[in-house]
Design a protein around this ligand. Structure first.
Ligand code: CAA
Length: 383
């Protein structure tokens, strides 16, 4: 039975900072950000677009095409959680009127968490044929003003429907996992920004890629030339490009060119949005599907990495007619129609913060009509 991705919804907030503006404000050469890091813009979430609101917006995009009687599972993956106890998924479930009899919870392991949700969803569908699972990854990447990580921030969400006979990607059997308890990136309780050992995290990412890719090829007897493309977790696009260079080492010209072209297409959305932690790998898959020219049966490799650290390599095949399930026009408009913030405006939003909201507060949203947003809280109950 084929199981995989049947729907993908995407949301990113309506504001961004241009990397040239940020570089100028930080006395850096713009080419360091544009070429050295590989980012053009970064999305900025104001306090009305928390992880929950973005997750609802991404899911609302395809909800009218879901058979809710078949839905059995809803998992919310995030490292921008809004509560130490209650799952973000319950807010989504209520907002979108999802059935009361589904199993629902939140899941965490840094940027790996949406892959964890995907694998749990796949096992769920395998055990419950004719049922489907909804999985959401939604995050706001924050390192702090004037930090080395500032240029690798971003905000957004991906929501996917996982079911049998999927319309977009059929997952293949097998996966190579690798984990170690290390301190490359973490966010202690109470800290609104992540702590990171940036160069160490880059090295561990590459070590884990080598480990899982080698193991996956050995396990499946596939070769690099069997892949039409490989999508990577992209905390910034240069990071994935470094792993891509390792993947194509020693390959013939045709394979190297195919994987290189498809890498660039997979990085298009990320260049405009920045890091969205849990959903970053899946935004790169969406970018390749919506900007590329894949054929039915093409094999795509997926490298998922979550600091701390946990990594996995797996693969899937593109399904015939997948283009009909995508909404490239909607996503390109969402990216084009954003407001360009001055660096001062972005700093004000950043300083105002997203956490420790007062007991009673109301917010207005300047997002497009129909966009879900956090309207404030009453007695610490979010609205
Ligand atoms: N023109 C072109 N390129 C230039 C340049 C210029 N004028 N000036 C510098 N560069 C290049 C450098 O040569 C370097 O390229 P290489 O990596 O190919 O050598 C690149 O720009 C970056 O330069 P630095 O390493 O000196 O940059 P930095 O010290 O400011 O830090 C960073 C970069 C480590 C990525 C930092 O932004 C950071 O800590 N980011 C957050 C952590 C992160 O994203 N880690 C990734 C792995 S962890 C993960 O994946 C989980 C997650 O989501 C966080």
């Amino acid at each position: 039975m084929d199981i995989g991705i049947d729907q993908i919804g995407f949301y990113t907030p309506n504001k961004f900072v241009d990397m040239v503006d940020l570089a100028n404000a930080r006395n850096q050469d713009p080419n360091k950000f544009l070429i050295g890091i590989g980012q053009d813009r970064m999305a900025v979430a104001d306090k009305t677009q928390d992880a929950v609101a973005m997750g609802i917006n991404a899911t609302a995009e395809y909800l009218d095409q879901v058979d809710l009687e078949q839905l059995g599972l809803l998992i919310f993956a995030t490292e921008s959680g809004i509560d130490q106890s209650k799952s973000a998924s319950l807010f989504v479930k209520e907002a979108l009127n999802l059935p009361a009899n589904i199993r629902t919870f939140e899941i965490k392991e840094a940027c790996f968490a949406l892959t964890a949700a995907l694998q749990v969803a796949r096992d769920y569908v395998r055990a419950h044929p004719h049922h489907s699972a909804m999985i959401i990854g939604s995050d706001i990447a924050r390192y702090g003003l004037n930090t080395a990580g500032e240029v690798t921030q971003g905000a957004g969400a991906i929501s996917m429907l996982i079911k049998e006979s999927p319309a977009i990607i059929a997952l293949e059997d097998g996966h190579a996992s690798y984990s170690e308890n290390i301190n490359d990136f973490w966010r202690p309780n109470g800290s609104p920004v992540a702590m990171v050992d940036g160069h160490y995290s880059r090295d561990v990412y590459l070590d884990f890629f080598k480990e899982t890719f080698k193991e996956y090829l050995a396990q499946t007897k596939l070769t690099v030339s069997d892949f039409a493309g490989i999508c990577y977790h992209l905390p910034y696009t240069k990071m994935g490009f470094k792993a891509h260079r390792i993947a194509i080492q020693g390959q013939d010209e045709e394979t190297a060119k195919r994987l290189s072209d498809n890498f660039q297409l997979s990085a298009k959305y990320s260049r405009q949005v920045g890091n969205i932690y849990t959903a970053s790998l899946y935004m790169s898959i969406l970018s390749l599907l919506e900007n590329g020219d894949l054929e039915a049966g093409d094999r795509i490799g997926f490298f998922s990495y979550g600091s701390g650290a946990m990594a996995e390599f797996f693969s899937g095949k593109v399904v015939d007619g997948y283009q009909r399930r995508l909404r490239p026009g909607l996503h390109k408009r969402m990216l084009q129609e954003r407001t360009r913030l001055g660096v001062g405006q972005y700093e004000d939003i950043f300083t105002e913060g997203l956490e420790n909201l007062p007991e009673n507060v109301e917010f207005e949203s300047d997002a497009n009509h129909g966009t879900w947003f956090l309207a404030g809280q009453e007695g610490y109950v979010r609205k």
